[in-house]
Unconditional design. Structure first.
Length: 430
């Protein structure tokens, strides 16, 4: 998961990972070779072509129409809707997922592992991580040796800040089935702890274990993010381009290349790239990055237009049951709007999610609200695990500067720039 994007909006990447899990759930076939343990470290290339979420939705809709009480198909359809939403950014799919999963649980209220896993994925997609954890724990209790149950459990534990438990779940997952979903989670666990080389190693294994072009594109993109976040933009671009070769519809890779164009000095290409991304998938993280480009290139009217789009997207997400206040809080802080309300939203978020990203976001909002002394404690929490995030160090640098500690401010800013000089379109080079 990327550190260069805003701390809370990185959850958009989590949704993609949740989508992978949901797809695995819906495509599982106990008689298929792909459901068996793989040797992801040594298997080269891409072994097959899996059905896309859209294709799987159509297949399962037909199956449910023929057999309305097929609880497994209903649960699979719910998971496929979540996966499709991750790809398309269409939040209207979440109520459909909820309805399908609830129908499955009504038909089979006990021992319904696919629906339990799908409920956890849906809750995570809606950013209700405590609820995702509740369903993840139920799934793991139902099937302690099921890797998908461990996946949703570990994801939820990670988001609420229970890192040791999350890492244990991921380790159990990879012990059961070493494949792309498990390798990618091990990679992220290592990244959070500052082991970037180990993270790259695990994500490389994930790419080798990919069973579809889209999965391989996901792994290639994540490798690009790892390289970008440690300052190797050339290597990052190579990975992003490989991701697009594997999946020409990879919006996240297109956005990353737009960002790279900005840092290469081609502002027009960057704007064109981001505009194309936002037209296809107006997720807050992409809209926010386009706002940043317009802001630093002195186009305030266009930045304002994107802020209005962001507000419209917020309403769509809220209508679909997605909690977005915390996600938008940091964007608001960067743009100096609704600071009081955004701080209140982040303080509420901290009560249920004590993660390093929420700690950093809360620190930044406290600072932007003139409470830098209190902010410093949260900034320290964000960095306590050893996460190599240039943005975290930059935020703490600004907090130190506001407190009059210029030496500490310079030390943290130097560290941020040493990690990744291109850590933020808006703030890099300040």
């Amino acid at each position: 998961m990327t550190m260069v994007r805003r701390p809370i909006v990185v959850l958009g990447v989590l949704l993609m990972v949740v989508g992978l899990v949901a797809t695995v759930v819906t495509l599982r076939d106990s008689n298929s070779e792909s459901s068996k343990t793989t040797d992801g470290l040594t298997t080269p290339g891409v072994r097959g072509v899996a059905a896309s979420p859209q294709q799987r939705v159509a297949q399962l809709q037909a199956q449910v129409k023929d057999t309305p009480d097929d609880w497994e198909a209903l649960a699979g359809l719910g998971g496929a809707y979540v996966a499709q939403a991750a790809v398309t950014g269409d939040p209207s799919l979440y109520p459909r997922a909820e309805k399908s999963i609830e129908r499955s649980l009504k038909v089979r209220p006990k021992g319904n592992l696919p629906a339990t896993i799908a409920q956890s994925s849906l809750a995570a997609a809606r950013h209700d991580f405590p609820l995702a954890l509740t369903w993840g724990e139920r799934a793991s209790d139902l099937a302690p040796d099921d890797p998908n149950a461990k996946a949703v459990l570990g994801d939820a534990l990670l988001e609420v800040g229970r890192y040791d438990d999350a890492f244990a779940a991921f380790q159990a997952m990879i012990n059961i089935r070493p494949n792309l979903p498990s390798y990618s989670r091990i990679s992220y666990a290592r990244e959070l702890q500052g082991d970037i080389d180990g993270s790259v190693e695990a994500m490389t294994a994930a790419e080798s274990a990919a069973e579809s072009q889209s999965d391989a594109a996901f792994a290639a993109f994540q490798l690009g993010e790892l390289e970008w976040n440690r300052g190797d933009s050339e290597a990052a671009v190579t990975h992003y381009r490989r991701a697009l070769q594997r999946d020409p519809n990879s919006v996240r890779s297109q956005a990353a290349l737009a960002r790279a164009a900005f840092y290469a000095g081609d502002e027009d290409k960057a704007v064109d790239g981001y505009r194309a991304v936002v037209e296809r998938l107006p997720l807050p993280q992409y809209v926010a990055e386009l706002i940043d480009v317009y802001t630093v290139t002195d186009q305030p009217d266009k930045a304002k237009d994107q802020l209005e789009l962001l507000d419209a997207q917020r309403r769509l997400l809220e209508d679909a049951g997605v909690a977005v206040d915390a996600d938008l809080a940091v964007i608001n802080a960067d743009n100096g709007i609704e600071l009081d309300a955004s701080l209140a939203a982040m303080e509420a978020e901290w009560k249920v999610r004590k993660s390093v990203f929420v700690a950093d976001a809360l620190a930044w909002l406290l600072h932007e609200n003139g409470q830098s002394e209190e902010a410093l404690a949260y900034s320290d929490k964000a960095l306590a695990m050893g996460t190599r995030s240039a943005l975290f160090y930059f935020h703490r640098s600004e907090i130190h500067r506001a407190l009059g500690d210029d030496e500490a401010a310079k030390r943290d800013l130097d560290e941020a720039e040493a990690i990744n000089p291109n850590f933020s379109i808006r703030f890099s080079g300040r």
